[in-house]
Design a protein around this ligand. Structure first.
Ligand SMILES: [Cu+2]
Length: 281
C-alpha cells in the first residue's frame, strides 16, 4: 500500500481538530453548568426529593468517571494513530508484535471487570436505599394509571383525575412540602410508568401488582413528568404535573376538593373503569 494522498491527511487533521474543539466545548459546558445552578442541570432537572437527588448523584457518580475513561481512551487512541501513522514511518516498517502477553491480558480483563462491578454495587446500594416500601409515611396516595391518564386517590377519599391531553397542562397532583408521602401504584389496563425526573425514578403501574414509591419535596413549585412506558396510542398525552404547596395552602386545597366532592361537582371516581381504589395508609 502506498502512502495516502495529502488531501486525506488534511481531512483527518481537520476532523481531529474539530473533535478536540468539541471535547473542549463539552468540558466547558459541563463545568459552567456546575456553577450556581445546582449541578449538571442541563442533563437532568434539579432534584427536589431525596430519592430524586440520590438518583441524580448516582447518575453523576457513574457518568463523570465514564466520561473521564472515554476521553482518556479516545485521546490515547488518537495519539497512537497520529504518532505512529504509516506516512511517518520508513517504507516497509512493521511495528513490534506482541502476542500472548499474560500479564497484559489479565490486566485488560480485570480492569473493566472492576469498573463494571463498581457500577453494579453503586447502583444496587442506591436501589436498596431508596426503592424499598416505606412504612413511616404521613399518608398514602394511590396512583392509578389508565389509558390515558392518572388518577390520584387521597386518604380523604377524593380523587384527582389527571386526564391525558396535549392541549396545555394537565391537572396537577398536589402534595404538601416536606412531607413523606407514600405512592401506591396500580394499573387498570396495561403497564404504565410514572416518571417525574426531579422527584423519583420511573415506577411501573402494573395491573394486578402493587408497586410503591415515595416522595418528600423540599420546596414549593411544579414539576413535570411523563408516562415512561409505551402504553397505547394516547401514551404521549399522559403528562404528569406534581405541585408542592406549603402545608396551610395544601390544607385549604384539600378542603376545596372535599367541598367540590360534597357539592357533586368533582368528576365521579367511577368515570374511569376501576379507577377508585381505596387508599391504604
Ligand atoms: Cu404510557
Amino acid at each position: 500500500m502506498t502512502n495516502g494522498p495529502p488531501i486525506y491527511f488534511g481531512a483527518v487533521r481537520l476532523i481531529t481538530r474539530s473533535l478536540v474543539w468539541l471535547l473542549g466545548l463539552l468540558v466547558a459546558a459541563i463545568s459552567l453548568s456546575g456553577c450556581g445552578i445546582g449541578g449538571l442541570s442541563p442533563i437532568f432537572p434539579e432534584p427536589v426529593s431525596p430519592n430524586g437527588s440520590d438518583i441524580y448523584q448516582t447518575y453523576i457518580g457513574i457518568s463523570v468517571p465514564a466520561l473521564i475513561i472515554f476521553i482518556g481512551v479516545e485521546a490515547a487512541l488518537l495519539w497512537i494513530v497520529f504518532k505512529y501513522r504509516r506516512s511517518s514511518q520508513p517504507a516497509g516498517y512493521v511495528p513490534p508484535q506482541t502476542h500472548g502477553n499474560t500479564q497484559l491480558e489479565v490486566a485488560w480483563t480485570v480492569a473493566p471487570l472492576i469498573v463494571v462491578l463498581a457500577i453494579a454495587v453503586y447502583s444496587f446500594v442506591e436501589l436498596q436505599r431508596d426503592f424499598q416500601p416505606i412504612n413511616n409515611a404521613a399518608f398514602t396516595v394511590v396512583v392509578s394509571g389508565h389509558q390515558f391518564g392518572w388518577n390520584y386517590t387521597y386518604p380523604q377519599d377524593f380523587t384527582i383525575h389527571q386526564d391525558g391531553t396535549l392541549q396545555g397542562e394537565v391537572t396537577p397532583f398536589v402534595v404538601p412540602t416536606n412531607t413523606l408521602i407514600k405512592l401506591q401504584f396500580e394499573g387498570t389496563d396495561v403497564i404504565h410508568s410514572w416518571w417525574v425526573p426531579a422527584i423519583s425514578g420511573k415506577t411501573d403501574a402494573v395491573p394486578g401488582y402493587d408497586n410503591f414509591s415515595w416522595l418528600k419535596i423540599d420546596r414549593t413549585g411544579k414539576w413535570k413528568g411523563e408516562c415512561a412506558e409505551l402504553c397505547g396510542v394516547g401514551h404521549s398525552t399522559m403528562q404528569i404535573v406534581v405541585q408542592a404547596m406549603d402545608k396551610s395552602d395544601y390544607d385549604s386545597w384539600v378542603n376545596e376538593q372535599l367541598a367540590k366532592k360534597a357539592a357533586g361537582s368533582s368528576p365521579s371516581p367511577s368515570s374511569a373503569p376501576g379507577s377508585s381504589p381505596s387508599p391504604s395508609s
